[in-house]
Design a protein around this ligand. Structure first.
Ligand code: ADE
Length: 230
């Protein structure tokens, strides 16, 4: 049986999945709980990493190397950068970048790490499955670049800087870690995010108000992807 790893950053982002599966086992590794279950003919491993790129990299590595995931899917919320995104909308990442990497002092482009890539592409097969699931559910998916970094963006100025420098449509704090780890370990991955705020001066208030609801939307979409993978 193949194994699908599903990662969120915050407890709120995986609770709707645990509620859906109802029965699961808990295995503790490296400060995270990994919840294992089965769905149709897949093993499922679910975890939340805690916020930020380092935590997400550890959780993703554990799901890859300990649980031998064949696919990795991220679910959670993001700040919308594109003006056509509003709270509740769902974004499917075409690629991920780290907006907070800066070794431009040595002539490298912002976000670029030698021997790595500025933008890491998500898996085209998983993305096609997500797009099919969206059509069936009548969900309008936004497909575009997601920028990750270890800050909650709540400033119109910083938001515009990320748009200008990275052409991203959404911002969050973990996706690029999943991209780095999964791509280096050759595991197909995709990143799904529902918008909780617009990364502007009201982002903190919007995030608090919509985290749970948007996390539920993202998780519900993940279930429809699992149904489509069959
Ligand atoms: N996740 C959700 N909203 C975000 C924001 N504004 N900045 C970073 N990560 C987020």
């Amino acid at each position: 049986m193949k194994t699908i790893g599903i990662i969120g950053a915050m407890r709120e982002e995986i609770t709707p999945l645990l509620d859906f599966f109802k029965k699961y086992e808990e295995i503790k590794i490296g400060g995270n709980s990994f919840y294992t279950t089965t769905y149709k003919n897949y093993n499922i491993v679910i975890a939340y990493s805690k916020i930020g790129k380092i935590h997400a990299a550890l959780t993703c590595s554990t799901i890859a190397l300990h649980f031998h995931a064949d696919y990795i899917i991220f679910t959670g919320v993001a700040g919308g950068l594109s003006s056509d995104l509003k709270v509740g909308d769902i974004v499917l990442a075409s690629s991920l970048c780290q907006y907070d990497v800066d070794i431009s002092a040595f002539g490298h482009p912002l976000g670029f790490i030698p021997e790595s890539k500025l933008y890491i592409d998500t898996d085209s097969n998983l993305n096609e499955i997500a797009k099919k699931a969206a059509i069936k559910q009548n969900i309008k998916l936004k497909y575009g670049i997601i920028a990750s970094g270890d800050s909650f963006i709540s400033s119109a100025t910083k938001k515009q800087w990320i748009i200008d420098k990275f052409n991203a449509c959404a911002v969050e704090m973990e996706g690029a870690s999943i991209a780095v780890v999964s791509s280096l370990l050759n595991i197909p991955f995709c990143i799904i995010r529902a918008i909780s705020d617009s990364a502007d001066d009201n982002a903190d208030i919007s995030f608090d108000e919509f985290l749970v609801d948007s996390a539920k939307r993202s998780a519900a979409f993940i279930i429809s992807i699992l149904d489509e993978i069959q």
